[in-house]
Write a protein that binds this ligand. Structure first.
Ligand SMILES: Nc1ncnc2c1ncn2[C@@H]1O[C@H](COP(=O)(O)OP(=O)(O)OP(=O)(O)O)[C@@H](O)[C@H]1O
Ligand SMILES: [Mg+2]
Length: 272
């Protein structure tokens, strides 16, 4: 409803902003660049960042940027993934029914990767999102996908994506050394600073087709302060602020409005 009030063509601050309209920064371009390098060289990459910092969105941009005639991307995001379901999930995406036993499914998957590599002449990129929620056994199995011909070459690129605890509470530890030592590319997504928060909000407003500045400078200061530069929290504050402004028939959002919605409408002061 606020879209009409502000004369917007699209709803800003939503999850499904098309790739070409996403906010882009040097860090995000750099991350996509490094992942592209990992895909090309068939390396093992790890991406970590705070909850809501834009990891999955960055992966969406990365996947969209890979030429379809050269790459096959398999993406899994399942917090309850077990080793058997890892293979089943990967084979499902290739449109192949998985065999029941883990060992059989594994061989079946490896054979498919060989077909992709040697017959279709494409490179495989396997992405495992929400990896901070997975247990050691599943993470170990994932890295086994790299083992090929006595570990002498890698038949696929692997990308592990997860919240900071993937590194802090898992990979960094001794018992994960076998995985950690194989990491070739490590990317961390920082939260946005004040200037980036402003550019991020502007990118959403441009996508919405909104010509005018709706958020005052002080409002932007407040959004940054409350959100700590985390895109998902910025989205919630901005969306609620737009709704509030529309309800009050105000065309400008000031710092008072931002504070008001964050105090009254966002759980846990907006950091949920
Ligand atoms: N570059 C961007 N441009 C536009 N919107 C973005 C961008 N990055 C993140 N967002 C938005 O911020 C929200 C959170 O992003 P995303 O889901 O990618 O975070 P995440 O780091 O994967 O979170 P989680 O740790 O919970 O998996 C989404 O609604 C997304 O659309
Ligand atoms: Mg995510």
């Amino acid at each position: 409803m606020f879209e009409e009030f502000f004369g917007m063509q699209h709803t800003p601050f939503v999850r499904d902003v098309p790739v070409q309209s996403l906010y882009g920064s040097e860090v995000l371009d750099d991350t996509v660049g490094r992942l592209t390098y990992a895909a090309d060289r068939q390396l093992f990459a790890v991406v970590t960042g705070d909850a809501g910092s834009g990891k999955s969105t960055t992966i969406r941009r990365f996947v969209a940027s890979l030429p379809k005639d050269q790459y096959i991307t398999l993406y899994l995001s399942d917090s309850k993934l077990t080793p058997r379901w890892l293979y089943k999930g990967l084979l499902d995406q290739l449109g192949i029914e998985s065999r029941f036993y883990r060992g059989d499914a594994k061989r079946q998957f490896q054979k498919e990767v060989e077909i992709i590599r040697l017959m279709q002449h494409k490179k495989c990129v396997i992405i495992l999102d929400e990896a901070h929620l997975l247990d050691k056994e599943t993470l170990e199995e994932f890295r086994f996908l790299l083992n090929y011909q006595f570990d002498s070459m890698s038949p696929t690129a692997l990308v592990l994506v997860g919240q900071n605890e993937l590194w802090e509470e898992k990979l960094r530890l001794r018992r994960y050394a076998a995985i950690r030592q194989r990491i070739d590319v490590r990317c961390t997504l920082p939260n946005l600073d004040r200037a980036e928060t402003e550019r991020y909000i502007r990118a959403h407003m441009v996508y919405a087709g909104c010509e005018n500045d709706i958020f005052t400078d002080k409002a932007l200061d407040e959004v940054f302060r409350i959100s700590a530069g985390i895109p998902r929290v910025i989205n919630r504050i901005c969306e609620k602020s737009l709704m509030y402004a529309c309800q009050k028939q105000k065309h400008l959002i000031d710092d008072y409005s931002v504070r008001y919605v964050s105090d009254h409408e966002l759980a846990e002061g907006g950091n949920s």
